[in-house]
Design a protein around this ligand. Structure first.
Ligand code: CJ6
Length: 158
């Protein structure tokens, strides 16, 4: 099976224990809240790709980013897996604004709208809040809603 290289960046306000999530307005994951991200373009690093997508999708510029996780998503009867490199940022410039792709909104860590998010998120978000680096593999049914199997490992270094 082959892998598609993707990014996901989560914007955290640690003082207020809040996370910025975007309501996806089109494309893959439309109608779900998520962090910001997308494909990595030729000639850019994964981190540069994550920074670019954050700017395009929220108008925020990440000043520093921390690599926090790497999730592999595979699907029954689909040869292409999604290799999602996950970052957090607590140091950023600008204010979040609605764009063509995303409508951003702040959420307290205690009331994340997991019922309107990808089903894997409730499994690995706690690692993000605890600053525990992780690798995950989530094998989905063809419906892209049911998780058939999963593996989540805390790691020292990514
Ligand atoms: C641009 N990317 C697309 C993939 N993506 C995902 C995927 C995901 N689960 C997979 C079953 C779909 N779960 C989160 N939270 N994000 C990050 C952004």
């Amino acid at each position: 099976t082959s892998k598609k290289l993707l990014t996901l960046i989560l914007v955290l306000n640690e003082n207020e224990q809040k996370i910025l999530l975007g309501m996806k307005k089109r494309g893959f994951g439309v109608g779900l809240y998520n962090g910001f991200g997308g494909k990595v373009e030729p000639g850019e690093t994964i981190e540069e790709g994550a920074r670019r997508e954050l700017l395009e999708e929220s108008e925020l510029e990440a000043v520093e980013m921390e690599k926090i996780g790497n999730n592999l998503f595979t699907f029954e009867n689909d040869p292409v897996g999604l290799d999602v490199h996950i970052y957090t940022t607590t140091r950023y410039l600008g204010e979040p604004h609605e764009t063509e792709e995303m409508n951003p909104q702040w959420f307290s860590y205690a009331d994340i709208p997991f019922h309107q998010m990808w089903p894997d998120d409730r499994l690995w978000f706690p690692y993000v809040f605890n600053k525990t680096k992780f690798t995950g593999h989530f094998h989905f049914a063809q419906d892209q809603k049911t998780i058939i199997s999963q593996e989540l490992i805390a790691v020292q270094h990514l």
